[in-house]
Design a protein around this ligand. Structure first.
Ligand code: ADP
Ligand code: MG
Length: 291
């Protein structure tokens, strides 16, 4: 690949876990700090950058490539909040083809159009679906596109399960030039055990948690306006949480190769937390702090 412009970061996680919300708020916070940012949505849902663009439609790379032979950057991008350049890779025609194809197509097109050389971004954020780490979805971490990956998870077991699978993919590709893991972003924290559970899972896997994002009504409110929290409620505590994540990604370059849990280890770990939460709920343990 030609010389890379800026830091390229992939944000992975289970569908619906808050990747796009978190990524868009990080992009907005980086833009607010004066950086040039590109956000590439790599989810067939194609709604990664919606809240950076006031909720307006944006043609996806795959749809545009299907319709016209020559594609210009203006056809597949929009400038959002703070000048963030927004791109949606898109997905296959439902029921046909591989969902990961959009990512390949988008990355190839951006390279052909020399977008990175011309736009000179400080940051490129790839927002990638991580339920199934098929070849296509692994492209950003596999082929030297992203330098670092971050994984968003909540304390729900299915989200932790997906995070563990992502650790497996990173663990597989990192030694041969793939992305390393920057850390875990804990999202939707509300119950007292959530923080402790995610912290424990991350520790078991040898990875840092780089921030805890509370479940907050400010996110829902801002989303209804088609905005990030950074734009809609810049003075809120939630906006400050996202700024802190952005500062971490900007100032810290640490990364690790995660140690994913194998099947029996994950089952044992889950059982342990089942017992702990059950004890809290039934009053055997009064306070989560006791854990
Ligand atoms: P993903 O991109 O992982 O599929 P989204 O970012 O689209 O997930 O988030 C899914 C839903 O959860 C959205 O409606 C979003 O507003 C909501 N959400 C995400 N994070 C939070 C949070 N910290 N507090 C409240 N709602 C949240
Ligand atoms: Mg999304």
């Amino acid at each position: 690949m030609s010389e890379k412009q800026g830091k390229h970061i992939a944000i992975y996680g289970k569908g619906g876990i808050g990747k796009s919300t978190t990524t868009s708020n990080i992009s907005a916070a980086l833009a607010e700090a004066g950086y040039r940012v590109i956000q590439v949505g790599c989810d067939p849902k194609s709604d990664s950058t919606t809240i950076l663009r006031g909720g307006n439609d944006l043609p996806t790379v795959l749809d545009t490539l299907r319709e016209q032979s020559k594609v210009r950057l203006e056809d597949i991008s929009a400038v959002g909040f703070g000048g963030v350049l927004c791109i949606e890779a898109g997905g296959p025609v439902p029921g046909v083809g591989c969902a990961g194809r959009g990512i390949n197509a988008a990355v190839e097109l951006l390279q052909d159009l020399k977008v990175f050389e011309e736009y000179k971004p400080d940051f490129v954020l790839y927002d990638v679906l991580g339920d199934v780490v098929c070849g296509g979805f692994a492209v950003p971490i596999r082929d030297g596109i992203a330098d670092r990956a971050f994984v968003v998870t909540s304390s729900d077991f299915m989200a932790v399960f997906a995070a563990n699978n992502l650790f497996k993919a990173i663990n597989k590709y990192a030694p041969s030039g793939g992305a390393r893991l920057g850390g875990v972003i804990a999202n939707s924290i509300q119950a007292s055990y959530s923080k402790a559970l995610i912290h424990d899972f991350a520790e078991e896997s040898g990875v840092p948690v780089i921030g805890y994002v509370p479940r907050s009504i400010t996110v829902a409110q801002s989303e209804l306006y088609g905005k990030t929290v950074i734009e809609a409620l810049p003075e809120s505590e939630q906006a400050e949480v996202y700024r802190k994540l952005a500062r971490y990604i900007d100032e810290n370059n640490d990364s690790v190769i995660p140690k994913p849990l194998n099947g029996p280890e994950l089952k044992k770990w889950a059982r342990k937390w089942g017992d702990r939460i059950f004890e809290v709920e039934t009053g055997v343990v009064q306070k989560m702090e006791a854990i």
